[in-house]
Design a protein around this ligand. Structure first.
Ligand code: PLP
Length: 359
């Protein structure tokens, strides 16, 4: 049976279908730093080639040191993985309980991972009409009704919103009171200068943060992610991964990427500027409603008359791939997501949209 996943970024399949090389696809469906991999990480990758004749360092000590410096936390707070998806798949085996709640719409792998471990899954759906804000007064009785595990993605994906610290604190307090383990997925937090709940989480035995290094650091093909938690939880989570799921190249590139302050600052500035430009360009289409975003992607709602699936099909012959969001729990077939890419790529998207809607 073939492996079928509903995600952005499957350019290889799309390119095969269109009969073009993958590098001819402008991929707006996966949200990756448009400045790409850092120069320091690139050099680290090249100079690590000869180390490939050894097994990877299973302690991940060097990367943990770099993370400790980047976050100003102890190295013992980190669990390194082959992308944060590996952690999403390992967590349900580590945690006691049976019933999970997901703040939705959100990343589809939570459901898949939980179901593989026989968890029951329910959704607490946030509505676009309320700009995806969370009514914690409504969440409270749901948690109190017996939820063992809550997944909450901040900044939200696909909505792009950074939830304020007060909201996260309130959700954490409700989880504590209800005995619910809280998993905060901060996969896109590096795109916001601050907002992480890391300080509170390392002091808690009932919460954990997941971070991805594939998005901001631009290495989805290499795979790297980590968890932040207290050291006891980190040890338990680490024991679930196989010994060599994180390879030598990923460890070297991740360490160097964290230290490349120049590239990281440039990325923040570039994405912030291009996001504003792309948002302004999209706003010129009367058919679109654009949701406010703090990260490197924008969620757009199309007025009745065309679905996101139809728009995706119309853009494909131009070599442009967008994320049709119809498969997200809580979203209709009127939503699509676009990544913030380079100024030239964003202009090409806007030009193509212009030609489609001028018809
Ligand atoms: C919200 C969210 N969390 C986690 C992930 C997994 O990221 P990775 O496994 O590449 O680190 C993704 C990937 O798209 C995501 O969107």
């Amino acid at each position: 049976m073939s492996r079928s996943y509903d995600h952005g970024g499957n350019i290889f399949t799309v390119a095969r279908t269109l009969g073009v090389p993958p590098d001819q696809i402008l991929d707006f469906s996966a949200s990756i730093n448009p400045l790409g991999i850092s120069p320091m990480a690139r050099s680290a990758l090249i100079s690590s080639i000869d180390s490939l004749m050894h097994y990877p360092d299973t302690s991940h000590a060097v990367l943990k040191q770099a993370l400790a410096a980047y976050h100003r936390l102890s190295p013992a707070c980190f669990t390194i993985a082959n992308g944060s998806t590996e952690l999403i798949y390992n967590l349900p085996a580590m945690l006691p309980g049976k019933k999970a709640l997901i703040i939705s719409p959100s990343f589809s792998e939570y459901v898949r991972a939980l179901r593989q471990h026989q968890w029951d899954v329910e959704h607490f759906v946030l509505s676009p009409e309320n700009n995806f804000t969370i009514d914690t007064d409504k969440l409270e009785p749901v948690l109190a009704g017996g939820v063992d595990l809550l997944f909450f993605c901040n900044p939200g994906n696909p909505n792009g919103m950074l939830y304020p610290n007060e909201v996260i604190d309130r959700v954490a307090t409700l989880c504590r009171a209800a005995g619910t383990f809280l998993v905060l997925d901060e996969a896109f937090m590096d795109f916001c200068e601050e907002g992480s709940a890391k300080q509170a989480v390392v002091e808690s035995s009932g919460a954990m943060i997941l971070r991805s290094m594939t998005k901001f650091f631009g290495i989805p093909g290499l795979r790297l992610g980590y968890a932040i938690s207290n050291s006891a939880l980190a040890e338990r989570l680490d024991a679930l991964g196989g010994p060599w799921s994180v390879n030598t190249l990923a460890l070297a590139a991740g360490t160097a990427a964290l230290q490349d302050a120049r590239h990281n600052n440039e990325s923040l500035e570039y994405v912030s500027h291009e996001r504003d430009e792309l948002q302004a360009g999209l706003q010129r289409f009367s058919q679109f409603k654009i949701y406010p975003s703090n990260v490197n992607y924008l969620l757009v709602e199309i007025a009745a008359g065309m679905t996101s699936r139809e728009l995706k099909e119309l853009l494909l012959p131009h070599g442009i791939l967008i994320r049709d969001c119809a498969s997200f729990t809580g979203l209709s077939g009127q939503f699509f997501r676009v990544a913030v890419r380079s100024a030239a790529d964003n202009k090409r998207l806007l030009d193509c949209l212009g030609s489609i809607f001028a018809r």
